[in-house]
Write a protein that binds this ligand. Structure first.
Ligand SMILES: Cc1cc2nc3c(=O)[nH]c(=O)nc-3n(C[C@H](O)[C@H](O)[C@H](O)COP(=O)(O)OP(=O)(O)OC[C@H]3O[C@@H](n4cnc5c(N)ncnc54)[C@H](O)[C@@H]3O)c2cc1C
Ligand code: SF4
Ligand code: SF4
Length: 1017
């Protein structure tokens, strides 16, 4: 039995007092000093892990003012605050051992859009893609681009002065900032914008913090004008943050925003921003130029720039190959045909053009292609071939692939994995190829592997050398490599921090600013004299205060190495999350991750759960407990023998005895087990898998809720219960029983049995059960056309007409369907962590299915989650013995001849598909399969992008989850299902999804098979 984790790192008394005092002051947001919140926000995408004392989630600007004002009370002068947005920093920018102030949870409203004047006013926690989606109808967009656009906030972008693809055309974030509203540390609220001297004068005369800040900044510029001019490199990626070179802009106006942008939360809390918007270019295209050598791609960039593109991005063969193995490749494969020469592509330049007219675009593309064609035979350019993707849809798909590159790099086998620390160097583009040659020589010298991609037009290259940060010797390489790369960037007139900010790398700031560093410190001191805001980053307010050092901050590797090696390996599905935050995807119409979207709590995300799991395993390891061995013991332990102890422990839990495991449990219980993380996370973090292992261990110490037994056992009981459907339904239907189930079993709206006898229905259709005997009786032609439908409990017993319709359609199409005798699949057991029982059920089911599959007749299933379990959960325990069961559409789409033969027997119409999350993220091509089938049978099938329906198996039926389940439904399904335009046109593949639309909107959606059957004449 696992022990209780009753002690974790305690919150310092001063911070606890601060949090309590804040509450007394009327703070309206959330104050979280619990270990789960602290653990989850202890990492960003960097190599560092710093445990904060707590996390504050302000609801509005007043809350921020309350925080800073309280921090100025003498008692709290040593309190440290770090603002945080999406937490996607790659250099520990938002990490602190003080308090994290996360503005993304509540302060995420778009306050005003003025389409005529092309600007928007937003709160700092608005995500960039959220803003762009809102202003798209006005034909506008917020131009600064970054790979994390679906989760990075405007506040974070401003504070890192984010930029990326397209920066040569559109500039950086600060080029689009019109006004910033900042909460300064004395509690004053200041809105900064470019000012004429006449406006500046009265501000400078003020005797408060605002006046002091302006006085100091103005005097620095006046006193050190010549030195500033001489000091800062004139590269596209010029200085970010404390930008002394741009205190006065091109028009000579004083602009404090150029000091604030890129200041990494060290000067104040940006609460609102007024930002500039641009018209969306009407036409766009991307020319993908392939090279036989990556260096050739880099050297070619200046040549390509002559054709005046909007942007040029590059990726090396490593990134490209990883993309090819990822879900993302399905959307872009058609744009990357293999070169006719058969040569291997070692590098690609993606050259983008945008224009307001088609003619302009065509002419731009022509100027590039003539350049490419002219030198086609010149081996010196290294070019092999090129292809063109036309239109914004195609272009955005390719940019989507490129945006995923960092994450993809992390998806490698083994412990040596790419890590960020020298990943965003910038040099003048003409120096890039030589710089990279030397950079690669350094990495080769230490035998480090790496992948590369970046913005060649701006001279920025992303490189993540691969290290096992758990190995102390490899951890030390961070210092060795960084020092050498810093020297190289200086040699080539560039910067170490091209776009991802300084963060923990701030130790290099004094060397970079040189004689001007004391002036930078004066700026810091004017804003934050006591070094309370994100200390250690960029500048300290006094000479005797230290900056963060790259090897002076706790790394994740130092923590991870405390986990017992065997445990680390066994839980590998969760250990390699690198914190890139893709699972915080804002888009409600994307499947990733419903529990995060429904709660906006980071512990309810894949990253949150992976972080908690690591910490939990570390805590267990530190207590000498090997989770793998514990799991083995549990499987042999007696349920009855341990029961008294579990009862005692559960009573303790009810009394409020602390156990960190409860916090982990709460986060795991909020997971829908939809498996979107498995399909979409670039590292393939598999939350349902480690969650099941955790449940198994957790419930060896505590009692399980009754609902777990109900859900886990349903598949086994249902065949018997179905013999008396009236009795089951009469028991489950009455209100008092529903209330009883909700209160004592924890289940609501449990489905009712259809009462239809499938056995008889199949018999009347002439469909036989698939047994070795019945298969032996098939004629050769029948056998050739035979297919075995594998039953699942949900469809067979709660939606029997769908099984009957499937058999009917298959017969109509000329097939010979057989019905596999029902056996429990076991997936609900796996989901709830009954791992021993699952293994037993899977083994029995696999034996039967493999037996009938030995006939060579294909096995197919209707229910996506249950069917996909055969290639996922089953595969994990049975390996190659897992039965090969295809989704019905995967098999049917291949039966082209039968489909074509029957096409005339169908009326034609248009439909829209709402696909099941597990299916669209774990069997991506199966969605296109439905389109193929519908097309072959004369129908049109449009796939509607939606997130999760909120039901996910039994999640939405569990009393604790009903509210979140409905919230998730409201995020993306509700509008689609309720739209009159969609009435009668929708079809859904998931049993859960159909149950949810019926339960919430009383809309019964047919399965695609049922739609096709209806269309048949
Ligand atoms: C896979 C990956 C790819 C990336 N690609 C790019 C890229 O293409 N271009 C690029 O520029 N960056 C990139 N980044 C880095 C990162 O996404 C950006 O720096 C982004 O701007 C950070 O936004 P965020 O909301 O996550 O901010 P956070 O990481 O939460 O914070 C960043 C900094 O801003 C401060 N901050 C946040 N909100 C506020 C506020 N309201 N007031 C004051 N300070 C605040 C924090 O203290 C911190 O110092 C990438 C990161 C990853 C993981
Ligand atoms: S779970 Fe996956 S997507 Fe989320 S942060 Fe970790 S690696 Fe990135
Ligand atoms: S299974 Fe679904 S709900 Fe659970 S963590 Fe993964 S994406 Fe989120």
């Amino acid at each position: 039995m696992i022990p209780r984790i009753d002690q974790t790192s305690p919150v310092q008394a001063l911070y606890l007092r601060f949090v309590h005092a804040l509450r007394d002051l009327g703070f309206t947001g959330d104050l979280n000093a619990d270990y789960a919140n602290r653990t989850v926000l202890a990492t960003d995408n960097s190599i560092y892990q710093v445990l904060p004392q707590g996390v504050l989630y302000p609801r509005d600007t007043e809350d921020l003012i309350r925080i800073v004002k309280l921090s100025q009370e003498p008692e709290f002068h040593s309190i440290v605050l770090s603002p945080r947005g999406g937490g996607t920093g790659t250099n520990g920018q938002s990490l602190t051992d003080g308090l994290i102030v996360d503005t993304s949870k509540y302060m995420n409203r778009i306050l005003e859009v003025n389409a005529e004047e092309r600007w928007a006013r937003v709160q700092c926690g608005v995500v960039k893609d959220q803003l762009n989606a809102a202003i798209k109808p006005h034909g506008l967009f917020f131009a600064p681009e970054l790979s994390t656009s679906n989760r990075a906030t405007i506040g974070g972008m401003i504070n890192t002065d984010a930029s990326g693809q397209g920066s040569c055309r559109y500039g950086k974030t600060r080029d689009h900032v019109l006004e910033l509203t900042t909460v300064l540390l004395d509690g004053s609220l200041w809105t900064s914008r470019a000012m004429e001297e006449s406006e500046l004068e009265p501000v400078i005369a003020r005797q408060d913090r605002v006046g002091n800040v302006h006085r100091v900044v103005d005097s620095i510029q006046r006193e050190h004008y010549a030195l500033i001019e001489q000091k800062f490199p004139k590269v596209n990626r010029c200085l970010t943050g404390y930008d002394l070179a741009h205190i006065r802009d091109e028009q000579g106006k004083f602009n404090l925003n150029n000091i604030l942008c890129g200041s990494e939360g060290t000067l104040g809390f940006i609460t609102e921003a007024k930002i500039n918007l641009l018209p969306i270019p009407k036409f766009s295209a991307l020319v993908n130029v392939n090279y036989r050598d990556f260096n050739a791609a880099l050297r070619d960039a200046p040549e390509l720039m002559k054709a005046n593109p909007t942007s040029i991005e590059t990726v090396d063969s490593k990134v490209l190959n990883l993309a090819m193995q990822d879900i993302v490749w399905h959307s872009v494969a058609e744009f990357f045909p293999a070169p006719a020469s058969g040569e291997k592509i070692q590098g690609i330049n993606l050259v983008e053009y945008t224009a307001d007219t088609e003619e302009e675009l065509n002419s731009d593309i022509k100027s590039l292609t003539s350049l490419l064609n002219q030198f086609a035979s010149d081996i010196g350019t290294g070019r092999i071939s090129y292809s063109i993707a036309w239109g914004s849809d195609a272009v955005n798909k390719i940019w989507g692939m490129r945006k995923k590159a960092v994450g993809l790099l992390g998806n490698v086998e083994g412990e040596i994995r790419p890590v960020p620390f020298v990943e965003d160097t910038a040099v003048p583009p003409e120096n890039l190829a030589d710089f990279i040659m030397e950079f690669r020589a350094v990495l080769d010298e230490y035998k480090l592997t790496y992948g590369m991609f970046g913005h060649v037009d701006a001279g920025v290259l992303h490189v993540r050398p691969a290290l096992d940060m758990k190995d102390p010797a490899q951890g030390k390489m961070v210092r060795v490599i960084t020092d050498r790369v810093v020297a190289l960037t200086q040699k080539y007139n560039g910067l170490l921090w091209g776009e991802h900010g300084k963060g923990v790398r701030s130790e290099y700031a004094p060397a970079f600013f040189g004689e001007l560093y004391p002036e930078i410190q004066r700026v810091k001191a004017a804003f934050d004299p006591r070094n309370q805001l994100n200390p250690g980053k960029i500048a300290t307010p006094a000479a005797d205060l230290a900056l963060a050092k790259i090897d002076g901050v706790m790394t994740r590797g130092q923590q991870d190495r405390k986990i017992i090696a065997q445990v680390w390996d066994d839980y590998s599905e969760g250990m390699h999350c690198n914190g890139n935050g893709l699972c915080y995807n804002w888009n409600p119409n994307d499947a990733m991750c419903p529990s995060w979207k429904g709660t906006r709590e980071r512990k309810h995300s894949p990253k949150g759960r992976a972080s908690l799991m690591r910490e939990w395993l570390k805590q267990m390891s530190e207590r000498g407990v090997n989770a793998v061995q514990e799991s083995k013991k549990i499987k042999h332990a007696s349920f009855i023998f341990n029961l008294p102890t579990r009862i005692v422990n559960t009573l303790g839990k009810r009394r409020g005895d602390y156990d960190f495991s409860h916090e982990v449990h709460e986060a795991m219980a909020g997971c829908l087990a939809c498996k979107s993380c498995v399909g979409q996370c670039p590292i393939k973090v598999d939350v349902p898998e480690f969650r099941a292992k955790f449940f198994e261990l957790y419930y060896s110490r505590y009692l399980r809720p009754l609902k777990d037994y109900f859900v886990g056992g349903l598949e086994f009981m249902i065949p018997s219960l179905a013999k008396f459907p009236w009795a089951y339904n009469a028991l489950m239907k009455p209100r008092f029983m529903q209330k009883f189930m909700a209160r004592f079993v924890g289940m609501v709206d449990s489905p009712l049995l259809t009462g239809i006898n499938l056995h008889k229905a199949a018999e009347s259709l002439g469909v036989r059960y698939a047994t070795l005997e019945s298969i032996a009786q098939l004629t050769p032609t029948e056998k050739l056309n035979a297919v075995i439908l594998v039953q699942d409990a949900f469809t067979s017993y709660f939606e029997t007409p769908l099984v009957i319709d499937t058999l009917t359609l298959l017969k109509k199409l000329g097939f010979v369907p057989l019905l596999a005798p029902f056996k429990p699949n076991g997936k609900p057991l796996q989901v709830h962590g009954f791992l021993k029982a699952f293994a037993k059920a899977a083994d029995a089911n696999a034996t039967q299915l493999n037996g009938i599959a030995s006939s060579g007749i294909p096995l197919i299933g209707i229910e996506p989650a249950m069917t996909l379990a055969y290639r996922a959960e089953y595969k994990k325990i049975l390996g190659d013995n897992a039965p090969k069961v295809q989704l019905i559409q995967e098999w049917l789409a291949k039966q082209t001849e039968q489909l074509s033969n029957q096409a005339n027997a169908f009326k034609t119409e248009k439909f829209s598909l709402l696909a099941h999350c597990t299916e669209k993220t774990n069997a991506v091509s199966s969605i296109k399969d439905w389109q193929v089938i519908f097309n072959k049978l004369g129908q049109e099938l449009n796939v509607i992008d939606t997130g999760c329906c909120g039901m996910a198996g039994t999640y939405g039926h569990e009393s604790n989850n009903v509210e979140t389940s409905k919230k998730i439904y409201a995020l993306s399904w509700a509008d689609v299902v309720r739209s009159p335009a969609n009435a009668g046109k929708l079809t859904a593949t998931g049993y859960s999804c159909r149950s949810q639309t019926k339960r919430i909107d009383n809309v019964s959606l047919p399965h695609p098979v049922q739609v096709l059957l209806r269309q048949s004449m």
